[in-house]
Ligand binder design. Structure first.
Ligand SMILES: Nc1ncnc2c1ncn2[C@@H]1O[C@H](COP(=O)(O)OP(=O)(O)OP(=O)(O)O)[C@@H](O)[C@H]1O
Ligand SMILES: Cc1ncc(CO)c(N)n1
Length: 271
């Protein structure tokens, strides 16, 4: 077998292609990592919002996981939308013995404001998945929900990062700055050192799936064996290009441009 690097996304779907599994697979492909997926829930959604959700049974999620990991080269795993605690427990049980690099994107609400997970899922995520995580990627509301405290100031963000690593057991965290005013500054902490990753804030409505895309880019780089610092740095460049060179499609908050990073690097053009 050839030495192909592979990344697995465990998440919900977005038929409009901007978020969830679809965004993850596009991002893996753009970063030249073989993409695989296990679906947790099928979501009827688009750039305007969520119309309906069908959850798959935890036992069937486990069957999908076994199908992929018993056969294929999985070098890193990303989790996204996992709607309930039964699913989280089944996924954690499967991942624990594999000891693969794991990026946990603690998805709670869609960009449109629709809830994607139930309230018990939050606690299960904290207890079962965070201790297995190489990195967890909350946005500001998700970091507040995980720590049970609102994040108003810069100091609050530093405290939340420390709690997520030292109290909940993730090896590192990046608290994303998409919800801040001014520059888009993400705060990374690995239990030892803080580092910020900053880009200008692009004035756009089209941010559907930014979080999924960013975490998928981190996962792709971890699959290649890159350090956390390198992985977050590539992911920040990837998502910044994807937001800046927006596609302007859909009738609401449109998707990002998953081509932009490679096109910028290779051709100096964007679409
Ligand atoms: N308008 C913007 N301009 C530049 N960077 C942005 C902008 N919005 C978000 N980002 C960046 O995108 C990445 C994802 O952050 P964000 O906080 O939007 O995630 P999220 O809320 O989980 O996204 P979603 O729920 O849409 O998946 C971060 O690196 C953040 O700094
Ligand atoms: C399936 C799915 N995961 C995550 C998000 C958050 O962007 C979304 N809208 N849909």
């Amino acid at each position: 077998m050839r030495n192909v690097k592979g990344a697995l996304s465990i998440a919900g779907t977005d038929p409009s292609g901007g978020a969830g599994i679809q965004a993850d697979l596009k991002t893996f492909q753009e970063l030249e990592v073989y993409g695989m997926s296990v679906i947790t829930s099928v979501v009827a959604q688009n750039t305007l919002g969520v119309k309906g959700i069908r959850h798959l049974e935890a036992s069937f999620i486990k069957e999908q996981l076994e199908s992929v990991t018993n056969d294929m080269p999985v070098h890193a795993v990303k989790t996204g939308m996992i709607a309930n605690s039964e699913m989280i427990e089944a996924i954690a049980e499967h991942l624990r013995p594999l000891t693969l690099p794991l990026c946990v994107d603690p998805v709670m609400i869609a960009q449109s404001g629709d809830a994607l997970v139930d309230h018990k899922a939050l606690q299960a995520m904290r207890d079962e998945l965070l201790p297995l995580a190489t990195i967890v990627t909350p946005n500001i509301p998700e970091a507040a929900a995980l720590t049970g405290r609102s994040l108003e100031s810069e100091e609050d963000r530093y405290d939340a990062a420390k709690r997520i690593v030292h109290d909940f057991g993730s090896s590192s965290v990046v608290i994303k700055g998409g919800h801040l005013d001014g520059e888009a500054t993400d705060l990374f902490y690995d239990g030892d050192t803080f580092k910020t990753f900053t880009s200008p804030r692009f004035d756009t409505l089209h941010t559907h799936g930014t979080g999924c895309t960013y975490a998928a880019a981190i996962t792709a780089e971890l699959a290649k064996g890159k350090s956390l610092n390198e992985a977050v740095s590539v992911a920040k460049t990837f998502i910044s290009a994807a937001i800046e060179h927006t596609l302007e499609i859909g009738h609401g908050q449109g998707p990002t441009n998953h081509w932009a990073y490679q096109n910028t690097k290779r051709k100096g053009e964007y679409v």
